[in-house]
Design a protein around this ligand. Structure first.
Ligand code: MD3
Ligand code: FE
Length: 232
C-alpha cells in the first residue's frame, strides 16, 4: 500500500520525477508518455500465473515461428484467448486457430485477465478488455529485435506485459526505427502498460543473459513474457 501525501497532484507523464501513483494503489513509474512500469506488480500472482502458463503450453505447445522473411524467431511462442498471434511466410496476423495443434486456442485464464485489468486501471486505462495473450519464452541467448506491434485492430487499447523468471534489458525506441532506444531492465514480476502515444513505439529485447545464480526458482532457466492485447 502506498501512502499518497498529495492526493490532488495529478499524475505527470514523464519528465521530472517519474514516480507517481495514479489511483491510490501501486506506485507507477513513467517510462515515457503513455508507458507505465509497475515494479513487482505480478509477484503476488506469479505462482498462479505460472500454473496457468504450464497448462496453456501443454495444450498449445511453444514453437519457434518463422517470419515473412523466412527467418526463425529465436523466442518460442504460443497464445491463449479468442485469437492468437501467428507468423509464417505469408505474414503476421491474429488467428482463431492454432496452426500447429488446437482450435480454438486455450481460453484466457481468469488470473491473466484480472492481472491485466488491474494493472491497466492503475496506469489510467480503465475498461481494458484483452482478448489475446501472447506467451514468449526466452532462453539464454535469445532476443527480440526492434519492431512495432501493429497487427491489432484498435491502437486505442493499451498492451499489458508481464515479465517472469530471468531479467531482461528492454529496448524502448521511438516512432521511427532509427530513433535511439533507451534501455530498461525488467525483473521477475514487473508489469508494463503501454498505451496512448507509446503504443506504436519500436521496442525489443537484448539477448537474455544466463543467470550466475542458476535457474529461477519458479520459472527455471528462462524468461517468460506475457503480452495481453485487445487484438480484434
Ligand atoms: C512497447 N514482447 O511480443 S513486451 C512482443 O518482452 C514483444 O517479450 C517483448 O514485444 C517481450 O511483441 C516486449 C513489452 C512490450 C509489448 C508491447 C509494446 C512493449 C511495447 C507495444 C508498444 C510499445
Ligand atoms: Fe512487441
Amino acid at each position: 500500500m502506498t501512502l499518497r501525501l498529495f492526493p490532488d497532484v495529478p499524475a505527470v507523464p514523464h519528465g521530472g520525477d517519474s514516480f507517481t501513483s495514479l489511483g491510490n494503489g501501486w506506485p507507477v513509474e513513467s517510462l515515457a508518455e503513455g508507458a507505465w512500469l509497475l515494479r513487482g506488480f505480478a509477484i503476488g500472482a506469479a505462482q498462479t500465473l505460472w500454473r496457468e502458463i504450464e497448462r496453456v503450453i501443454k495444450e498449445a505447445p511453444l514453437r519457434q515461428m518463422s517470419t515473412p522473411g523466412g527467418q526463425k524467431m529465436s523466442v518460442r511462442t504460443t497464445s491463449c484467448g479468442e485469437v492468437g498471434w501467428v507468423s509464417d511466410r505469408k505474414g503476421y496476423r491474429y488467428a482463431a486457430c492454432d496452426p500447429e495443434s488446437t482450435c480454438p486456442w486455450p481460453a484466457l485464464p481468469e488470473s491473466f485477465l484480472h492481472l491485466a485489468q488491474t494493472a491497466a486501471t492503475e496506469a489510467g486505462y480503465a475498461g481494458f478488455v484483452p482478448d489475446s495473450c501472447l506467451i514468449n519464452r526466452y532462453d539464454p541467448g535469445t532476443r527480440m529485435s526492434l519492431h512495432q506491434d501493429k497487427d491489432e485492430r484498435d491502437f486505442a487499447a493499451p498492451i499489458v506485459s508481464v515479465s517472469l523468471g530471468f531479467d531482461a534489458i528492454f529496448l524502448f525506441g521511438g516512432l521511427r526505427r532509427n530513433d535511439r532506444p533507451s534501455r530498461t531492465r525488467l525483473y521477475h514480476g514487473d508489469v508494463v502498460v503501454w498505451g496512448g502515444p507509446a503504443r506504436l513505439r519500436f521496442h525489443g529485447v537484448l539477448p537474455i543473459a544466463s543467470s550466475a545464480d542458476g535457474p529461477h526458482p519458479l520459472i527455471g532457466p528462462h524468461r517468460f513474457n506475457l503480452t495481453l492485447r485487445k487484438a480484434t
